[in-house]
Design a protein around this ligand. Structure first.
Ligand code: DUT
Ligand code: MG
Length: 146
């Protein structure tokens, strides 16, 4: 368990904090802080009304809610979104409407979910050769016809 500091912004007053819908849910649902309508094909950065300070060594992933995707064609455009540990601005959700109808969002609607994750530190080490593997340079469907 890690603690993520959260600062509520003025327009987030009264909104629920990110929360799991069930005890063992991976995602913590977050709600919209304003009303808007997403036209078919349109996207918007939807405010959440809070900012966070993630401990170094962690990130928070912003993931779509499958219900919105399946029922309405509404998803996160940049999924999974990345909230960096050093970001102190408002968390925003970039939603896109792939559906055929305008999609109204009401302040307080659950629009996405946050999944905290550990970040694996790594560095790229440049060299002239790479070790050989069975796959080699094959990719993009090289292992079959489908
Ligand atoms: O869905 C998202 C994705 C990102 N962010 C915020 C937090 C993140 O730390 C910052 C930058 O995101 P990212 O690195 O994905 O975007 P970028 O285009 O690389 O911007 P930057 O140059 O600011 O890193 O924007 C959000 O609020 N919601
Ligand atoms: Mg970036």
């Amino acid at each position: 368990m890690i603690a993520i500091q959260l600062r509520r912004l003025p327009h987030g007053t009264g909104l629920p904090l990110p929360a799991r819908a069930t005890a063992d849910a991976a995602g913590m649902d977050i709600v919209a802080a304003e009303d808007l309508v997403l036209a078919p094909g349109a996207w918007a950065a939807v405010p959440t009304g809070f900012a966070i300070a993630i401990p170094p060594g962690y990130e928070v992933q912003v993931r779509p809610r499958s219900g919105l995707a399946f029922k309405h064609g509404v998803t996160c455009l940049n999924t999974p979104g990345t909230i960096d540990a050093d970001y102190r601005g408002e968390v925003k959700i970039i939603l896109i409407n792939h559906g055929p109808a305008p999609f109204p969002i009401t302040r307080g609607d659950r629009i996405a979910q946050l999944v905290p994750a550990a970040v694996q530190p790594a560095e790229f080490v440049e060299g002239d050769t790479l070790d050989e593997t069975a796959r080699g340079t094959g990719g993009f469907g090289s292992t079959g016809t489908r």
